[in-house]
Design a protein around this ligand. Structure first.
Ligand code: SF4
Length: 255
């Protein structure tokens, strides 16, 4: 029986052609979003290693079974499409001005083995720029309080990646585009480039790897509870569950 108390065949019969088409379209989008190589990749990148929760990072390291159901892929699909369009604009801008001022979607390696793709680098100013395309609630929160720690660290890691390639990096910037707004609403946050941030992230990563190994967390997942937690978007964490069952699930920071 379905949640509505109908057998699947009965439920199919109650669907209108519009319902069926919506389900088919959404199904294709969901399947391809979930099976896109970018979303199947398990290695953590610069957008993830700076997360302040050590327990979350160690859960990733041991590939712990997740509990939070997958989210509707539409917001991230919009973000991916938007990024591709912005890349096109800045590539075309290089052509228009006749020189390679803007580096778009370049691969960077903040430390050996940690790779990622940086949205934009301005070679004139030595400034790293990362786009975020945010929905209303996140946009308002970010423009009021500034970027979350993960975003700030991500930018500094990109800076380190460019520096390792021989570029002079002066600043890092976040440019937040409101998903439902106009260009006048772009929120910009700029900070000086600080290589010490990336160095601290690398040292923390190595320390967590070592601790996970020494504590044999993979075979003793109950030891995940010994790792420090932090409050940053717990509701989106793959291991979040308000009423956790078993050693992998987590009720969120402070619970
Ligand atoms: S739910 Fe929150 S506190 Fe728990 S592991 Fe995930 S990020 Fe950390």
């Amino acid at each position: 029986m379905t949640t509505a108390g109908l057998l699947p065949q009965q439920e199919m019969m109650t669907l209108t052609p519009e319902d069926k088409l919506r389900e088919e379209l959404a199904g294709v989008i969901t399947w391809h979003a979930r099976n896109h190589p970018r979303n199947l990749q398990k290695e953590l990148g610069p957008s993830e290693v700076g997360h302040p929760c050590a327990r979350k990072l160690v859960s990733h390291m041991i590939d712990a079974p997740t509990s939070n159901p997958g989210f509707d892929p539409l917001p991230s699909e919009i973000g991916i499409g938007y990024h591709a369009r912005l890349q096109e604009h800045f590539d075309n801008e290089n052509t228009r001005i006749g020189r390679q001022r803007w580096l778009t979607e370049a691969r960077v390696e903040p430390w050996p083995g940690l790779t990622g793709s940086c949205d934009l680098f301005d070679t004139d100013t030595g400034r790293v720029i990362d786009w975020k395309i945010l929905g209303d609630a996140s946009y308002k929160k970010t423009s009021r309080k500034g970027p979350i720690l993960s975003y700030q660290r991500q930018l500094q890691l990109y800076g380190r990646g460019y520096e390792r390639q021989g570029y002079t990096v002066n600043e890092v910037a976040l440019a937040v585009l409101p998903k439902a707004g106009t260009l006048a609403g772009i929120y910009v946050w700029i900070a000086p480039y600080d290589p010490a941030v990336a160095e601290a992230m690398e040292a923390r990563w190595v320390q967590l790897l070592t601790m996970a190994d020494v504590m044999q967390v993979e075979t003793h997942p109950e030891r995940l509870a010994a790792f420090e937690t932090a409050d940053e978007n717990c509701q989106f964490c793959p291991w979040f569950n308000r009423t956790p069952v078993g050693p992998y699930q987590c009720a969120g920071h402070g619970n």
